[in-house]
Design a protein around this ligand. Structure first.
Ligand SMILES: NC(=O)c1ccc[n+]([C@@H]2O[C@H](COP(=O)([O-])OP(=O)(O)OC[C@H]3O[C@@H](n4cnc5c(N)ncnc54)[C@H](OP(=O)(O)O)[C@@H]3O)[C@@H](O)[C@H]2O)c1
Length: 214
């Protein structure tokens, strides 16, 4: 698959490495290609472009920019260039204010998630929340004693969710589909929970798992 990753940060680079390892074609999009010079040198098959180039390139779009600028980055990518495509949304609505006792502050409230805002602003794109509730170091084929971790996803388009589920299968996750875009109200705050042990006790090597009684 051709994957266009909007972002140049740790998440963009971790996911890009995973996509390349699993045989996909990858372009990373940034306003400043110099930020990805070292990454490109280490990953010769990765292409680097603008947000527009990257959105045009991707059959699957990955959104991996700072939450406060997610709308701006998508506007820069261009609505027609993401229309009809799955957009795997790893962003979190983290406010610029500092955490309180290890608990992040959000700029959204519990009744309207960031992904719903993005879906409303770009109604022709098919957003799927994924990869927001784990640190970038554990995103690709993480190993845990308790078996495969669970990634909670949601989105309005079933075909887009099937695409993301396929990626999660390759990246060593089991998928828990929580339904439509509104479920992002519950999935986005999982990043707060995931970060608390890190911010309080410098513990970063965990992930969530949904247990079921058979
Ligand atoms: N870090 C993690 O482990 C982790 C885990 C799960 C989810 N997340 C979420 O994933 C997202 C990416 O996190 P990150 O840590 O990799 O990177 P980040 O530092 O949150 O974001 C970096 C990206 O934001 C873009 N950006 C900043 N200001 C911009 C603006 N005014 N207009 C357009 N783009 C702008 C940058 O674009 P340029 O390249 O053009 O500078 C860069 O690509 C965040 O929403 C974060 O909450 C992070």
């Amino acid at each position: 698959m051709k994957v266009g990753i909007l972002g140049s940060g740790d998440v963009a680079k971790a996911l890009a490495g995973g996509f390349l390892r699993h045989g996909h074609q990858v372009m990373l999009g940034t306003r400043d290609a110099a930020k990805l010079k070292d990454f490109a040198a280490q990953h010769r098959r990765a292409q680097i472009g603008s947000f527009v180039d990257t959105a045009k390139f991707g059959e699957l779009i990955v959104l991996a920019v700072k939450g406060t600028v997610a709308l701006d980055a998508l506007k820069a990518a261009g609505a027609p260039n993401i229309a009809g495509k799955p957009v795997m949304d790893a962003t979190n609505p983290i406010a610029d204010a500092p955490p309180a006792n290890g608990v992040l502050r959000f700029f959204t409230d519990m009744n309207l998630s960031l992904m719903e805002r993005l879906q409303s602003a770009f109604p022709d794109a098919h957003f799927v929340k994924a990869f927001n509730s784990v640190g970038n170091a554990l995103m690709v084929n993480p190993q845990f004693n308790g078996g495969k971790p669970t990634m909670f996803i949601c989105g309005n388009d079933d075909a887009a969710k099937r695409t993301v589920r396929g990626i999660l299968d390759q990246f060593g996750w089991e998928t828990a589909d929580m339904g439509k875009a509104e479920a992002a109200r519950a999935i986005e705050p999982l990043c707060m929970l995931w970060l608390i042990p890190g911010l309080l006790r410098n513990e970063w090597s965990h992930a969530f798992k949904l247990l079921r009684q058979e």
